[in-house]
Ligand binder design. Structure first.
Ligand SMILES: [Mn+2]
Length: 422
């Protein structure tokens, strides 16, 4: 067979609203967010063209909602037209956010774009110079709520070219996502498909890294603080031997990030502001020219809790971090600060109390003795499920152990006293 490349993306959620920032961010940042989902799609098409991909598959949720805007449909058509002009065939399987039943303007799509129907799995050949290079099989959601196992409808194995399956589905009952088109990994393994290009799970995820490959590409652009880190698509290289190599490439135009700072390690407000500045610049460096929207989570116990509780975190801490960010394309915009700190706690009186926390702290205290540390290591070594931990703690000094015990004590205090403190 001839070697070729294809691109797999999903969950474009074109025109997603980014409501959380409405009204608060400067115009340049609001506009960057408004354009972000479209820009991500353009990057997918640019990438497919640069890689001379034979085809592009889109595994559902092209649009964000059933009432997809005409603007989103026009921008989608423009992107597909550019792909067609570059000689790239496009295959689209729709998902729960953009089922076939949703409203559409029925814009005429360019030749070379194929949308899968919702009745049955269709298989289409991709030809190059008269011979079949690959086969792409897929099915769309006819309506939003598909509870049926669509994987069962894919063809079984038969002799033929490299086959890509395009499907929007929840594999393995992932509880973080609606259980639409539920199926198992075994269901997919039973199909005559070499690479399942999946949509629905929003973070990139390789469920199976050999034939049949089972891959979620994730969103091309994160939509909120719940979708942090690089987002993009997979460029999949299929060698003439049939060997398959998917490579994740970020396409996001704006990146989301959640940063946590423990105030135990921060002595003064000056130190905190310095730390925030350092984080901001590190985020800028990692984003490689993109915009970033970040949230800061302040946690832990320390002296800083008292001054923090007396100030307005948005005006006093966030505002200085935002200075000048509204005017640069590589902005790092601090969206908000979540305060979850507590004052320092003297463990000794708590250790004496006849309650559950007191008992936990007394046990920890007993383990500070040398003999008990050895006993802990023995327990880790003797249990198979802890063998990786035993390897990790090999060579720890008694200081290392004491530091871990102290961290564990504070963690227990934080968890067990959470209800008691405001
Ligand atoms: Mn989605």
């Amino acid at each position: 067979m001839a070697a070729f490349t294809f691109v797999h993306c999903a969950d474009l959620h074109l025109d997603a609203p980014f409501e959380c920032l409405a009204g608060t961010a400067p115009p340049l940042i609001r506009e960057a967010l408004r354009q972000a989902t479209f820009q991500a799609l353009e990057r997918v098409v640019d990438l497919a063209a640069a890689e001379q991909a034979a085809f592009l598959v889109i595994a559902g949720d092209v649009y964000d909602s059933a009432h997809h805007s005409l603007y989103a449909q026009i921008r989608f058509k423009e992107a597909l037209t550019r792909a067609a002009a570059a000689g790239i065939e496009v295959f689209v399987a729709h998902g729960n956010h953009d089922p076939l039943s949703a409203w559409e303007a029925r814009l005429r799509l360019p030749e070379g774009v194929h949308r899968f129907g919702g009745e049955a799995v269709e298989c289409r050949p991709v030809r190059r110079r008269g011979s079949e290079l690959a086969r792409v099989c897929g099915i769309s959601f006819p309506v939003r709520e598909v509870r049926e196992n669509l994987a069962a409808r894919f063809p079984r194995r038969e002799p033929g070219p490299f086959t890509v399956g395009v499907l929007h589905a929840n594999v393995g009952g992932n509880p973080a996502h609606d259980n639409y088109a539920p199926c198992t990994l075994a269901d997919l393994e039973a199909c005559g498909v070499d690479y399942f290009a999946l949509g629905h799970v929003h973070a990139p995820l390789l469920l199976r890294q050999e034939a049949p490959w089972v891959v979620y590409s994730g969103t091309t652009q994160g939509r909120s603080i719940r979708e942090t880190g690089p987002r993009g698509c997979f460029v999949v290289r299929v060698e003439d031997s049939g060997r398959t190599r998917p490579l994740f490439v970020p396409t996001d135009a704006v990146r989301w990030s959640l940063e946590t700072v423990d105030i135990r390690e921060v002595a003064t407000l000056d130190d905190l502001l310095e730390e925030m500045q350092a984080r901001r610049e590190e985020l800028r460096r990692q984003a490689e020219g993109r915009g970033v929207v970040w949230r800061l989570h302040l946690t832990g116990r320390g002296e800083l809790h008292e001054p923090l509780s007396r100030l307005d975190p948005d005006r006093d801490l966030a505002e200085p971090m935002r200075e000048g960010e509204g005017e640069r394309p590589d902005f790092v915009w601090l969206e908000s600060i979540a305060l979850d700190t507590h004052g320092p706690l003297d463990l000794e009186p708590r250790r004496q109390l006849p309650d559950f926390l007191g008992e936990v702290l007394r046990v920890a205290e007993r383990y500070r003795g040398e003999g008990m540390t050895r006993e802990l290591v023995e327990v880790l070594r003797s249990r198979k499920e802890f063998s990786h931990l035993a390897a990790l703690v090999h060579g720890w000094t008694s200081e290392d152990w004491r530091a871990v015990l102290t961290a564990a004590e504070y963690q227990a205090v934080d968890l067990l006293l959470r209800e008691e403190e405001p």
